[in-house]
Design a protein around this ligand. Structure first.
Ligand code: SAM
Ligand code: SF4
Length: 344
């Protein structure tokens, strides 16, 4: 490959190699999907009838731990466990404990729908989980059921409470806002976050997978609209804070909660992208909105125990990380995988 890759140069000169792409962006953050299964069927994420992957195609917990270790040895200091619903995978605590012991990992974090947190929050905290993102799109039980198709709001609220009591350092709510479904709850969700000492991020729907339920262009509710709704009730001050993810944060004077916006359509966040994803099948995705990927499961299974080969594969993958995504709500989704297989 003709392009200069600083990560490769580091290998040649004997320093600890780092993951740096062709555009000079350093990858320090990995989102690891541990299952495509879920106990909810959110309308923006899944269709009602889903076929899930057979077990043989899904990475084992040991394989997931090996990938986590390889990344951390290459300078990744933050791993987010996601899915599907990560907490429905059996024995998943074993993986949290293994990753929690990696000496160079600064942050082990989790994205969950909250349904299992009431029983697992204390164990997660003990394993070293510092921050948890919990999806919450509505505070109305009937609406919550409609959006998740099967979810129980009360169970999620108990999960949030359990995470707070367990002493998780930062809890952030993630709310996907859809026009005419929950856009009128933007302010109530912020009030709930503030009252409970939580952060909140509002997410624009992304066109991942054919979902059949609603027209995504019609349901589009932009971050600018959400911010305008909030500004009628709160003073929002833009900050330069970052938690290493794609949220842009605002603060309300005198309030501890941060208000974030994840806006793949209205504000392109590719230029400072520091992350990659690993799907539950072991596909290393270099960009959420593009298909560029590397098959890590093949490397793990064709060369069992060959840790150096796994690390070399990760280093070489940096050469195909694309510059950015190309989402467009007006056309059919170019990305046919659903969010639950991608790892949100
Ligand atoms: N099951 C967990 C949860 O719901 O938090 C983790 C996986 S979920 C795929 C991760 C995040 O992606 C959630 O906050 C969810 O709301 C969001 N999400 C799912 N599908 C989306 C879509 N099409 N556009 C934007 N966000 C989406
Ligand atoms: Fe499940 Fe999360 Fe997708 Fe909802 S967003 S269906 S909770 S994976």
């Amino acid at each position: 490959m003709g392009l200069n890759n600083p990560s490769q140069e580091a290998v040649d000169s004997g320093q600890t190699p780092q993951l740096v792409d062709r555009f000079g962006r350093r990858v320090t953050y990995v989102r690891l999907s541990v299952t495509d299964r879920c106990d909810f069927r959110c309308i923006y994420c899944m269709s009602e009838e889903m076929t899930f992957l057979p077990r043989a195609r899904v990475l084992t917990l040991e394989e997931l731990a090996m990938i986590g270790r390889a990344f951390s040895e290459l300078g990744v200091d933050k791993i987010r466990i996601t899915g599907g619903e990560p907490l429905v995978r059996s024995n998943v605590m074993q993986l949290f404990r293994e990753l929690g012991r990696l000496p160079k990992l600064r942050e082990l974090v989790l994205t969950t729908n909250g349904s299992q947190l009431a029983k697992m929050a204390a164990d997660l905290k003990a394993a070293g989980v510092k921050r948890i993102n919990i999806s919450l799109d509505s505070l109305d039980p009937r609406r919550f059921r409609q959006i998740t198709r099967v979810g129980d709001l009360d169970g999620v609220l108990r999960g949030i409470e359990a995470a707070r009591r367990a002493g998780i350092e930062r809890i952030k709510l993630n709310a996907v806002i859809l026009k005419n479904r929950n856009h009128d709850e933007v302010v109530d969700l912020a009030r709930f976050a503030i009252a409970n000492g939580l952060d909140i991020s509002y997410i624009e729907e992304m066109p991942l997978g054919v979902i059949g339920d609603h027209d995504r262009a019609e349901a589009y509710y932009s971050s600018d609209q959400i911010r305008a709704d909030l500004s009628q009730h709160f003073t929002l001050l833009a900050t330069t804070e970052s938690t290493g993810g794609p949220s842009r944060y605002y603060r309300i004077p005198g309030i501890g909660s941060r208000i974030g916006f994840i806006s793949p359509h209205s504000h392109n966040f590719c230029a400072d992208c520091n992350r990659v994803r690993v799907t539950v099948e072991g596909r290393l995705l270099l960009c959420l909105g593009q298909e560029h990927s590397v098959d890590l499961r093949h490397v793990l299974r064709a060369y069992p125990g060959d840790h150096e080969r796994l690390k070399q594969t990760l280093l070489q993958a940096m050469d195909i990380k694309p510059k950015g995504h190309e989402f467009d709500l007006q056309t059919r989704p170019i990305i046919l995988r659903h969010m639950n297989t991608t790892g949100g």
